[in-house]
Design a protein around this ligand. Structure first.
Ligand code: PEP
Ligand code: MG
Length: 570
């Protein structure tokens, strides 16, 4: 019988094939007492399970394709760090030794204890770490109970249906030529969704009932664009989706042909398309899509998942690597934007524990309070500016005072470098991210002292609409087309251009082709996005007429949302 199951489209694409339903990760955990004489054997069993889980993760790390984004490796490193943490083994080993518990129960008990602690945490980043605990302990439990990890079952040419998948398992699925994955749990911003997207594996998450309603062998269509599954489709449905799949393949090939063509509108307006990157390794992606340099280098990723913060030299080397690889194209390095959902574990750099971290000490606010971090960081950026065009961008800027303070610090550091005979670009532009609503509204004021603007819509929308960007429960209220948001974007672009400074956008909105024409109509001429989004956005730009785009923008600014739908139907 055919039926449809709805979830969240976490990674685009269409896949058609047989389902392979994996056994639930939540295994029945046996609970029993062991004899004193068995303590040593039981402890050894636990140690062996931890070691096997570790070896397995190392294998997974080696299997990551060379061109996979650096984030993939970081997720696995985070799991390895968790496995190496003595806390994960000490309590369970004590429970075996002192209470005579069996190993599986002991590790399960520790998992429940940790989850309870994490559930009480306000910090969204830490709450998200729950997922890591479940996945890491699940891996150990599978070894203790003799189960196999999902990836060991993962069959070539199948659609994997599981309760949940770890990022590590997702990596293996790609290697094993799995067609798509479907999970009962998870949201579109979960680690697994991020990895699936970056690996190009269609995925639908949050179906709730997938593992219960599907059986291995069922024919399934996964529509990662719409977030739906069609189970046992009839012949007409199959034909429709096969045709859609072919159209998508043709489109991908066509988009590849645009690589070397300029992003110019029908009426000759030139648009710059730059890339957002997180780590030096991402520079390959920038070249693959022929981006015009880097519009956002999220420098905080250099500091994540490691016990100690990188020193000035290491930061300089990381920045230098990207600047040199860009061969004269600009690199916009954003100064450390930590706090809120991006916290660090580096020694001495623990995140703040404010009740509302999104409104607390984050980004520039935090850096200005911690010159011992900020000074070497800025020195590294300044030194990298000697190797090619670098722009320094300040995140979460709220007041003119902060901008002046940062500028004064940069000047002082330039003097220091001069005295030390270290080269830097004295003309390095110093710009700001516009992501605090009051800054967007007072953009004309800030344009007098900033060298450029870059609109961070992820935070701008979060703060303008009072909607937590990481909270699935209010995801439907996160609305880039809200007339209030558009007014802020419009005002920022107009004020920047009136003052003669460049205005870019580097939030997710810039990489969503659904908004490209609108943004052009609002006056945007510089877009920065994850590299994979560039071909599609470029194609729309090359079809756009600025007068029509401006009419669309006027309609949306006036709250007429139907204008966008009418344009799509054109
Ligand atoms: C933004 O806020 O739009 C942005 C680009 O920065 P991040 O997503 O890193 O906060
Ligand atoms: Mg931001």
């Amino acid at each position: 019988m055919s039926f449809e199951l709805a979830g969240i489209g976490a990674s685009p694409g269409i896949a058609i094939g047989p389902a392979l339903v994996l056994e639930p990760a939540t295994l029945d955990i046996p609970e029993y007492r062991i004899e004193a004489a068995a303590v040593e054997t039981e402890s050894a069993r636990l140690r062996a399970a931890l070691a096997t889980a570790r070896d397995e993760l190392l294998l997974v790390r080696d299997a990551i394709p060379g061109d996979a984004p650096q984030e993939t490796r970081l997720f696995i490193d985070a799991h390895l760090l968790m496995l190496d943490d003595p806390a994960l083994r000490e309590r369970p080993l004590r429970a075996i030794r002192e209470e005579g518990r069996n190993a599986a129960w002991a590790i399960h008990h520790e998992r429940e204890r940790l989850l309870e602690i994490f559930d009480r945490m306000e910090d969204a980043y830490l709450r998200a770490k729950r997922e890591d605990i479940i996945q890491v302990t699940g891996r150990v439990l599978r070894h203790l109970l003799g189960g196999k990890p999902p990836s060991a079952h993962a069959g070539e040419g199948h659609i994997i249906v599981a309760e949940d998948l770890s990022p590590a398992d997702t990596v293996l699925m790609k290697r094993d030529r799995v067609l798509a994955c479907v999970t009962d749990f998870g949201g579109s911003t979960s680690h697994t969704a991020i990895i699936a997207r970056s690996l190009g594996l269609p995925a639908v998450v949050g179906t709730h009932l997938g593992t219960r309603l599907l059986r291995s062998g069922d024919t399934v269509i996964v529509d990662g664009d719409q977030g739906i599954l069609l189970v046992d489709p009839d012949a007409a449905m199959l034909r429709e989706y096969q045709a859609l799949q072919k159209r998508r393949q043709r489109r991908r090939r066509l988009l590849e042909e645009l690589r070397d063509l300029p992003a110019t509108t029908v009426d000759g307006t030139r648009v710059r398309l730059r890339a957002n990157i997180e780590l030096p390794d991402d520079r390959g992606f920038v070249h693959r899509v022929n981006a015009e340099g880097v519009g956002l280098y999220r420098s905080e990723f250099l500091f994540m998942n490691r016990p100690e913060a990188p020193d000035e030299e290491e930061q300089f080397n990381a920045f230098a690597e990207v600047v040199s690889a860009m061969r004269g194209e600009p690199v916009t390095i954003r100064s450390l934007d930590i706090g809120a959902d991006k916290s660090l574990r580096s020694e001495g750099m623990e995140e703040n524990t404010a009740v509302n971290p999104a409104l607390g000490l984050r980004g520039l606010r935090l850096c200005l309070r911690r010159p011992e971090w900020f000074r070497p960081h800025l020195r590294a950026i300044l030194r990298a500016s000697a190797l090619g065009p670098v722009c320094l961008m300040l995140p979460m800027l709220t007041s003119m005072g902060e901008l002046r303070q940062a500028k004064a610090l940069v000047r002082a550091l330039q003097d220091e470098l001069c005295a030390a005979g270290l080269p830097f670009d004295p003309q390095m532009p110093l710009g700001i991210m516009v992501e605090v609503p009051a800054v967007a509204m007072a953009a004309a004021h800030f344009a007098r002292e900033a060298d450029f603007f870059s609109i961070g819509t992820n935070d701008l929308i979060q703060y303008a609409l009072a909607v937590d960007r990481g909270d699935d429960d209010v995801n439907d209220l996160f609305d880039p087309l809200h007339a209030g948001v558009l007014a802020m974007i419009h005002n920022t672009i107009a004020a920047g251009h009136a003052a003669g400074i460049p205005v870019a956008m580097c939030g997710e909105m810039a990489g969503n082709p659904a908004y490209t024409e609108l943004l052009l109509g609002l006056g945007l001429r510089e877009f920065s996005m994850y590299p994979g989004a560039i071909p599609e956005v470029k194609e729309i730009i090359r079809r756009t007429r600025i007068d029509r785009a401006e009419a669309l923008a006027q309609a949306l600014l006036a709250g007429d949302r139907r204008a966008l739908e009418a344009r799509r139907e054109d």
